[in-house]
Design a binder for this molecule. Structure first.
Ligand code: SF4
Length: 380
């Protein structure tokens, strides 16, 4: 199933369990505890053995779901399985996603002892009303305690996830959230605008006319102030929603944005290996049944054609501050994007949404505000 090329250097694990289901979340995650998680871990061990044994990644990203939600014995079992099958000799970054209410010194010690270098904490806000609206299970003090626990255990690579653009939120309230986050001196900040996705609780409320999105001009004001505030505080933007102190960019996520290959395991996880994209079944009980039967849970597979792959590389690369390089893309696909997408590129340049600087093509400030609609134009 893995083909013949060298194996990818990036490894993703999806642990789908959370303490609550947030009403805006469209990641595959479920509220379970205890035995079901043990049952899942049995299947996970099997998938790991059949699909990732001997993998030698440079980056590991354990996401979800809420990996920090696993109990101490479950965390130990998970980490032991990881070490049984994954070769850690060239690891440069090992990220664990977490939520404030489930981070404590004991768990951090376990993860750190197993090689975790980087922790991402789902803070979202420091304001009680906003946290309640977002259905979060923590408060601002939990977030501060979580960061304290990470620092206490010597973790010097901490990301805070924040969210702006909640209905009714004012630019001043968002500015206060940013100030609180900066006061915790993280190494990296991810700041995402709330999007209302179909299939989520917010999606249903929006469809029924109960929930309205924030107006566009307030959203844009917050988007622009995020960049200005974080840049002034020493966090350089390197992707539309991601800001880092020098050298603290997330290596694993850069693999995705550079459209490079990776292996993913766990429910709903996607892999991209030897030009083939595969996706695991999402529902965790189906995942367990599939892995028990065949050692894997892949339900979708497609070989990416060069054209589709070029479009995706553009779509992902344009999210980066430095944009894309014509030379790099020509070397990879044998196509000059300035010729293939001449009409789109010239159109967006004339509209002030894209800039071309020698070899590189990147979004402008105005382009970043409407990034999705610019980026979609390159998907054929
Ligand atoms: S904690 Fe994260 S993964 Fe879990 S439901 Fe909330 S947003 Fe989704």
């Amino acid at each position: 199933m893995t083909g013949v090329g060298p194996r990818p250097r990036a490894f993703y694990v999806h642990l789908p369990f959370c303490v609550v289901k947030c009403p805006y979340c469209d990641f595959y995650s479920v509220v379970e505890r205890g035995e079901p998680i043990d049952e899942f871990l049995g299947a996970f061990e099997r998938e790991l053995a059949s699909r990732a044994h001997g993998l030698r990644p440079e980056t590991i990203f354990v996401g979800g779901g809420t990996p920090s939600f696993l109990s101490i014995p479950q965390t130990e079992r998970f980490l032991s399985a990881l070490h049984d099958h994954i070769d850690f000799t060239v690891i440069r970054e090992f990220t664990v996603e977490s939520n404030p209410e489930s981070v404590n010194v004991e768990k951090v010690r376990l993860w750190r002892g197993a090689g975790a270098t980087r922790f991402s904490v789902g803070v979202q806000s420091f304001r009680s009303a906003k946290l309640a609206f977002l259905g979060r299970a923590h408060d601002a003090d939990d977030a501060r305690r979580a960061v304290d626990s990470l620092r206490e255990e010597g973790c010097n690579d901490v990301n805070l996830d924040l969210m702006f653009g909640v209905p009714g939120e004012t630019p001043n309230e968002w500015a206060a959230d940013l100030r609180e986050a900066i006061a915790l001196a993280p190494d990296h900040v991810s700041a995402y605008g709330l999007t209302i996705e179909p299939g989520t609780e917010f999606g249903r409320l929006h469809r029924d006319g109960v929930l309205c999105e924030l107006d566009e001009s307030t959203w844009c004001e917050m988007f622009d102030s995020t960049r200005a505030t974080l840049s002034a505080a020493g966090y350089a933007p390197y992707e539309i929603s991601n800001f880092a102190r020098p050298g603290r960019e997330c290596r694993h996520n850069l693999v995705y944005w550079n459209n490079a290959e990776y292996v993913g395991v766990g429910p709903s996880a996607v892999s991209y290996e030897n030009g083939v994209r595969r996706r695991n079944v999402a529902e965790w009980r189906k995942y367990v049944a599939a892995v028990r039967e065949s050692g894997h849970a892949v339900v979708f597979e497609e070989a990416l054609q060069a054209d589709a792959c070029l479009g995706e590389s553009l779509m992902l690369g344009l999210r980066l501050e430095r944009g894309v390089s014509r030379t790099d893309l020509r070397a990879r696909f044998g196509i000059d994007i300035a010729e293939r997408f001449a009409e789109e590129i010239v159109g967006f340049m004339n509209a002030g949404l894209l800039s071309a600087d020698g070899d590189r093509i990147a979004l402008t400030d105005a382009g970043r505000r409407v990034a999705n609609s610019v980026i979609e134009a390159f998907i054929r």
